[in-house]
Design a protein around this ligand. Structure first.
Ligand code: ADP
Length: 475
């Protein structure tokens, strides 16, 4: 199969790789553009912290002279110096430096003198000085005995080359690791994501070839599992339809062949032997021709309705009267099965519907009730008015329908009791499917209650437009 679409595997893979690329890019931008200034800022902040720490310390030691505490302070500052990678100088006016630093950054005495002057001149107690590579923070601290000391912190603000080199190397390694790991991860994930889809696709192709027992399996993801369930449902429905269709061809060809054989046989016999031209024999030909008509009409009705579902010509009409007429019109046919139909109604009900189509539905319900009527040979058609609805039921005391078939009988070509069909009125397995089409098309409720061996009650209900009191109540 050729198509211009990029495969899901490749797409997922590309998404992951782009993501990795973006992360690496972000790393490099960080390294090139912001790292230096970030480093400088953090060093400055560091200076402030250390300065305030030392200030507190110096004030604490003030009860002694600073010279006496040299040893203690030197130790404390040494730790600070190594922890913060800076040189710390505390200088008492006129007496030179108290401490030497451990990093070998020496500040010439005139620089200290200058710093002191600068601070005093600026009327500020502290001063920053930034050169290319050094950051000098100086501050005059007044101790509790009012004597003043100068605190000088010297720190490198640009990362020294070796640090930068180490960082660069780390960046290279991290970038390579990210790219490699993402490639592996992307390959595995994209394969995993697309594997169930590929397998569903394979199964769907098998289904398309007409193998309706194909099973779609997918357990990994909820969405794919849902899709697999839907496909399983679709394949089982397609399988059923296929079976129904095969059965229909078998049934229809059987149902067509039997009356056609009879018609042809009797006609030829009467042609050859004119004495056989009796009323009974002619009746057989008429009956068989009728059965053929029913079958062909059913098929035509259904296909017409399915191709033109919305074309309902609705009008207000007397439903009760129309049921009476249907029963009357078909009395002969019904009595040929030896069945009696009782219609129970109290009033004439006007509904709005497509009369012709609803009559087809009623005829089919009636036909079935007669076809499957029990030994009492009684069929009851009952009209009940409930609130603003009229419910019409078709009740027989025949074989009933097993629970497992009850949902399928509305499907096309479905015949639940294949061996119990009265031959009086031919059945195509299409009747209830036509009924369903008509009633759903009108938005009417319908259903069936049935018990095996006791009989069935098929019903539908429709909104009432008007009620007219009937002249003779129970009919
Ligand atoms: P058919 O032409 O075979 O009657 P329908 O679509 O009208 O087709 O009905 C489908 C199936 O439903 C029938 O084959 C039969 O098995 C079952 N069925 C319908 N009506 C009744 C009924 N009143 N009693 C028992 N079974 C029925």
């Amino acid at each position: 199969m050729t198509n211009n679409h990029i495969s899901l595997t490749l797409k997922t893979f590309l998404y992951f790789i782009s993501f990795a690329f973006l992360i690496v890019l972000a790393f490099w931008i960080l390294e090139i553009a912001v790292l230096d200034s970030l480093y400088a800022d953090s060093r400055k902040e560091n200076c402030y912290d250390v300065a305030s720490y030392i200030e507190n310390d110096l004030k604490k030691y003030n009860k002694y002279t600073i010279e006496e505490d040299v040893a203690d302070l030197r130790n404390a500052f040494r730790d600070l110096e190594s922890d913060n990678e800076m040189s710390i100088w505390v200088i008492k006016k006129g007496k030179g430096g108290l401490f030497t630093n451990i990093y070998g950054i020496t500040i010439p005495p005139n620089t200290i003198e200058n710093l002191w002057k600068k601070i005093e001149k600026s009327n500020l107690s502290e001063n920053f000085q930034e050169t290319d590579s050094l950051f000098t923070f100086s501050k005059i601290i007044t101790l509790e005995d009012d004597s003043e000391v100068l605190l000088v912190l010297v720190s490198r603000i640009v990362p020294i080359d070796s640090i930068v080199r180490v960082w660069r190397r780390q960046f290279y390694i991290i970038s390579i690791i990210i790219v490699v790991l993402t490639t592996i991860f992307a390959t595995v994930v994209s394969r995993n994501i697309t594997k169930p889809i590929t397998s569903l696709n394979k199964a769907a192709r098998v289904l398309a070839r007409g193998k309706y027992d194909t099973k779609f399996e997918a357990y990994d993801y909820a969405e794919i599992k849902e899709l697999a369930d839907t496909l399983n449902y679709a394949s089982s429905e397609l399988g059923k339809l296929d079976n129904y269709q095969k059965e229909l061809i078998a049934n229809v060809s059987h149902d067509l062949r039997t009356p056609l054989t009879l018609i042809a046989g009797y006609s030829e016999m009467m042609k050859d032997y004119p004495s056989e031209m009796t009323k009974e024999n002619l009746q057989i030909i008429v009956d068989e021709a009728k059965r053929l008509t029913t079958l062909v009409n059913d098929i035509l009705d259904l296909s017409k309705m399915q191709s033109n579902n919305s074309a309902y010509e609705k009008e207000e009409y007397n439903l009760t009267e129309s049921i009476e007429k249907i029963i009357e019109r078909n009395t002969k046919l019904l009595t040929s099965v030896g069945c009696k139909v009782n219609f129970e109604s109290r009033e004439d009900v006007i509904i709005e519907a497509d009369q012709t189509k609803i009559e087809i539905a009623i005829y089919n319900f009636l036909n079935n009730a007669v076809n499957y009527c029990g030994e009492d040979k009684q069929v009851i058609v009952k009209q009940v008015v409930e609130d603003n609805l009229v419910k019409i039921s078709f009740i027989d005391h025949g074989i009933g329908i097993e629970k497992e078939h009850i949902n399928d009988i509305w499907n096309r070509y479905y015949k639940a009791n294949k061996n119990h069909h009265n031959r009086g009125i031919g059945g195509s397995g299409l009747g209830l499917s036509i009924v369903k089409n008509v009633l759903e098309g009108h938005g009417f409720e319908y259903g069936v209650n049935s018990e095996v061996g006791k009989g069935s009650e098929f019903w539908f209900s429709a909104p009432i437009i008007r009620i007219m009191e009937s002249e003779n109540n129970e009919k």
